[in-house]
Design a protein around this ligand. Structure first.
Ligand code: NCD
Ligand code: ZN
Ligand code: ZN
Length: 343
């Protein structure tokens, strides 16, 4: 059995920089036509100028003969001025601005400390039509880790969409039924990305027979009822839900540690993992809309013109891939088998 679909895009991706960028980029470029590239480098990508330089480094790292278009994002800080938004919109290659609540996730120290501080910047984004991408978790240590997405919706996102009703917003890597319902019931300018790992796994995966650092990401995997709600949203055909892998590479040593980093490395077989999730749900016919149509349609970009073919074929995921000179990277599902393979 095989399926052929319009070439997909990845609407939420971490490519890192330097050696790591060179190691992971071919995995993404093999499958996806474009990707929304996250700006949480050290230091973060906060200006159009930094985004242009990062884009050049990505294109320089692309192996000869591979076609791939990086869609750049800016990292929203307390200090970003509305003029940077005007420049970003005029640049043509900056497609969105990313909101990390300060301290919420990997490299988010420079993130926003209070959404109100960004009001003038958000107003300009609403005016020029530049989307806001949100890591939707509160950082209050008093809020239970598993409730942080829901509390973010209630205390930050809902008021934000009311204050800026025309602002284009993507709630990134949603993990709960609450988020799926919030997005579905919001206006058409509010959308969401969903990762393959949140469609395939619930939180038991993190503790299967012992602690499993390669299944630890943020927002953390949730209970089964939430996974089921995410699958229902992804296969629903609702154009507000689209593919965003949140493939977040970290060296093995940074994951297999006393305080391991958050992030799952899935880019090596992203579309195969999604195909498995859609097949499990009996909805392979919905994969193309989710992976290849809904994202470009929402962003106002053309759909890709070429196709990819996935073959039902069992193969074993390598134990690791080369990453940086000092360490390798362990992909999600290392050593296990996958049932789909891109030709
Ligand atoms: N998802 C993750 O667990 N980690 C991401 C950051 C993020 O997307 O929140 C990373 O950059 O490593
Ligand atoms: Zn995030
Ligand atoms: Zn991410």
């Amino acid at each position: 059995m095989q399926i052929t679909i319009t070439r997909p895009d990845d609407w939420h991706l971490h490519l890192r920089d330097g050696e790591a960028l060179a190691a992971v980029l071919p995995h993404t470029a093999r499958q996806f036509g474009r990707a929304i590239v996250m700006p949480n480098l050290k230091p973060p990508v906060t200006t159009v100028e930094l985004a242009a330089a990062y884009r050049d480094r990505i294109l320089a790292a692309l192996p000869a003969g591979m076609a791939f278009e990086p869609l750049m994002t800016l990292y929203l800080t307390d200090n970003m001025q509305p003029a940077e938004i005007t420049r970003a919109a005029a640049s043509g290659f900056v497609k969105a601005v990313k909101l990390y609540p300060a301290g919420a996730t990997t490299n988010s120290d420079a993130g926003l400390t209070d959404i109100r501080k960004a009001d003038a910047t958000l107003a300009e984004m609403e005016r020029v039509g530049l989307p806001l991408l949100v890591h939707g978790e509160v950082t209050d240590p008093a809020v239970d880790l598993f409730d942080r997405e829901k509390v973010f919706i209630d205390t930050v996102l809902l008021p934000l969409t009311q204050r800026f009703p025309k602002l284009k917003v993507v709630m990134e890597h949603i993990t709960t039924k609450d988020a799926a319902e919030f997005v579905a019931s919001s206006a058409a300018n509010v959308a969401a990305t969903i990762t393959a790992h949140h469609l395939l796994y619930n939180r038991n995966a993190i503790f299967q027979g012992g602690v499993r650092p390669h299944w630890y990401c943020l927002p953390v995997l949730k209970r089964e009822t939430h996974r089921e709600a995410l699958v229902a949203a992804a296969i629903s055909g609702n154009p507000k839900f689209f593919l965003g892998t949140d493939s977040a590479p970290h060296a093995r040593g940074a994951k297999e540690a006393a305080c391991g980093c958050a992030g799952c490395y899935t880019a090596y077989a992203a579309i195969e993992l999604y195909a498995e999730a859609f097949e499990n749900a009996g909805a392979l016919d919905q994969l193309e809309a989710f992976a290849s149509f809904n994202g470009p349609d929402w962003y106002g970009l053309p759909r890709n013109a070429d196709t990819v073919t996935l073959v039902k074929e069992t193969w074993t995921v390598p134990a690791s891939y080369p990453y940086v000179s000092t360490d390798d990277i362990v992909p999600l599902r290392a050593g296990e088998s996958l049932s789909w393979k891109m030709r």
